[in-house]
Design a protein around this ligand. Structure first.
Ligand code: CDP
Ligand code: MG
Length: 182
């Protein structure tokens, strides 16, 4: 499905318990692709305690902050910049509700409904607004220039002039495929 709407970027994180479970990882990756997200950047990294603390700073007064930051820095995560029309809302819909019992009850087919283990280990992260997407992309992809991507690369993603690299889990621009519409 291709739409004429502009693309939007969001930051997605597949949290540490997903990376430890190849079945869950594969299913979530398939859901990303089946739901028309393009994978603009991918990296696997063990988020440090201080990165997680900074990333989740808005939650620093919540009762779950310490367990969240401890969990997020407990093992490798896969971090992606995803592109789609309305990517922020669509990715959050695909993830489902934050809390695992709500996810299982209200959205059993969602990622969190299927692969969430607890309110903290709820499988995935997604930015909740354009401003937070911008901030969060900067945290984990410091050299990624959002404005330059929209100026130079968005058009190839929009027209699907892309090849997909399974191993890198990444869409790569392929200008040889077909000319862009003028
Ligand atoms: O991730 P989302 O935007 O849906 O929820 P949030 O309210 O921004 O919370 C951030 C993260 O904190 C969640 O994804 C959970 O991992 C964690 N959390 C938790 O551990 N316990 C809660 N009661 C609520 C959230
Ligand atoms: Mg949030």
């Amino acid at each position: 499905m291709r739409s004429n709407n502009p693309l939007q970027l969001t930051l997605a994180i597949l949290k540490p318990h997903v990376i430890k479970n190849p079945f869950a990882l594969q299913k979530i990756r398939q859901l990303i692709l089946d739901n028309d997200f393009k994978v603009v950047r991918s990296r696997r990294t063990k988020i440090t305690f201080s990165e997680a603390s900074y990333f989740y700073q808005d939650h620093k007064d919540k009762f779950f902050y310490n367990r969240l930051v401890t969990f997020m820095s407990s093992g490798p995560s896969d971090i992606h910049i995803l592109a789609r029309d309305n990517a922020i809302v669509r990715w959050r819909e695909l993830m489902g509700p934050t809390k695992v019992y709500q996810a299982q009850y209200l959205a059993p087919e969602s990622i969190r409904g299927k692969f969430g283990l607890s309110d903290t280990r709820n499988a995935t992260h997604g930015s909740d607004s354009p401003d937070s997407a911008k901030r969060e992309i900067k945290v984990f992809f410091n050299d990624f220039n959002i404005d330059e991507w929209f100026d130079n690369e968005e058009i190839y993603f929009k027209h699907e002039q892309l090849k997909f690299d399974q191993d890198l889990f990444l869409h790569i621009i392929d200008k040889s495929l077909k000319p862009l519409p003028s």
